[in-house]
Design a protein around this ligand. Structure first.
Ligand SMILES: Nc1ncnc2c1ncn2[C@@H]1O[C@H](COP(=O)(O)OP(=O)(O)OP(=O)(O)O)[C@@H](O)[C@H]1O
Length: 356
């Protein structure tokens, strides 16, 4: 009898001790009810925003919106928290249309619906307008291998250009804790000390035109998926048709395996990255501006100009590959095929970026 009572009690939410537990929280393994999940999830993100002073009142903030689960949840949560806690932010959605038929055109339809659902104005910038090439055309020229390098480099700059057009003060991206842990691990595996030293920063580019921040730096991907699912948010969950099987995919799988055995592994890897002390003899790149387009670059020409020049001259392989010590010359390929939750929830990931 006592056992049965105990069992019934243990099914109660371990936070409110009142409602029935509806889920096991991936980050802490606590059995909690939906309402408590919403509130701890939202409160944790609010605390990250406040503790790290991510925004200032009156700022115009562009949310980089791909239509995927992370940026959709980010758009929803930021607009909620902005209202609830009076952040005083002017929020916008900014999407990059890479020109990938059957993938980005569909996910952009989701962002257009989000624009109406959340009342956030949307700006779309396209590779075709900015560079004269769509990803479909680039893949035709270069093939599937290495196409993520073009996409990652162009997207990074496209987001900056879009944010500048919108006169925003900051750009917020949906990178989550899993992305962050994966990036730490990849930088270790690649011996990229320059990137390793700054890949765990929650805000980057503060010396550049538009700083970028990652409010989901400590938020587990599984929890983002759960939140989107329970809140019935409208997001797009198909994998990029050009996403190849690459090194990043293995790092991702490795982290997922670690998480299964020890859920704190993701946070532990991030903390390790944050606490690394980089030797003072490590050569750091000097930040300058591209002689061609004026965009920030540690080389004479920025990576986007090098790649674009190669494409336009019929030498699409120009600028592909690794230059030791150079910051902007990494493969940004990755695969993600995991479907983390039971039922209809599936996750997708187009191209990962090592240094967003
Ligand atoms: N086409 C795009 N337009 C605008 N922002 C983008 C685009 N692609 C990626 N981003 C931004 O970069 C973040 C990380 O992108 P990544 O390619 O790693 O996809 P992801 O982790 O699956 O994120 P999401 O679920 O939001 O698509 C996204 O959350 C989003 O903020």
């Amino acid at each position: 009898m006592e056992d049965v009572k105990q069992k019934n009690r243990s099914r109660l939410c371990s936070i409110c001790n009142d409602k029935k537990a509806a889920l096991k929280r991936p980050k802490t393994q606590e059995q909690i009810c939906r309402e408590c999940f919403y509130s701890v999830f939202e409160e944790e993100i609010h605390n990250v925003i406040v503790d790290n002073k991510l925004f200032k009142s009156g700022e115009r903030v562009a949310i980089a919106a791909s239509g995927g689960k992370d940026s959709t949840v980010l758009a929803y949560i930021l607009s909620e928290l902005n209202r609830r806690h009076n952040y005083g932010l002017d929020l916008f959605l900014l999407s990059v249309d890479e020109g990938i038929t059957g993938y980005r055109d569909d996910s952009l339809e989701t962002v257009k619906r989000n624009e109406i659902q959340y009342g956030l104005p949307l700006k779309v910038v396209s590779y075709k307008d900015l560079y004269g090439w769509t990803m479909d055309e680039i893949v035709k020229a270069i093939g599937l291998k290495n196409n993520c390098t073009f996409c990652g480099v162009f997207r990074r700059q496209a987001l900056d250009r879009g944010a500048a057009l919108m006169r925003t003060d900051k750009l917020a991206t949906g990178h989550n804790a899993d992305d962050m842990a994966e990036t730490v691990l990849l930088n270790i595996l690649r011996g990229d000390i320059a990137r390793l030293s700054r890949c765990t920063l929650i805000t980057t580019g503060e010396d550049g035109p538009i700083p970028r921040c990652k409010p989901f730096k400590y938020t587990y991907e599984k929890e983002i998926v759960m939140y989107a699912y329970f809140k019935k948010l409208d997001y797009f969950s198909t994998e990029c048709i050009y996403s190849p099987n690459a090194y990043r995919g293995f790092a991702r799988e490795f982290i997922k395996d670690l998480e299964r055995i020890r859920p704190s592994a993701i946070l532990d890897i991030i903390r390790s990255g944050e606490n690394l002390r980089i030797s003072t003899s490590t050569k750091m790149p000097d930040q300058g501006t591209c002689e061609r387009c004026g965009y920030i670059s540690s080389q004479k020409w920025c990576k986007a100009c090098v790649l674009l020049d190669g494409l336009n001259r019929g030498l699409p392989r120009q600028g592909i590959g690794r230059t030791r010590g150079a910051v902007l010359s990494k493969d940004r390929e990755q695969i993600r095929t995991d479907s983390e939750m039971k039922g209809s929830i599936s996750q997708s990931k187009p191209c990962g970026t090592l240094d967003f």
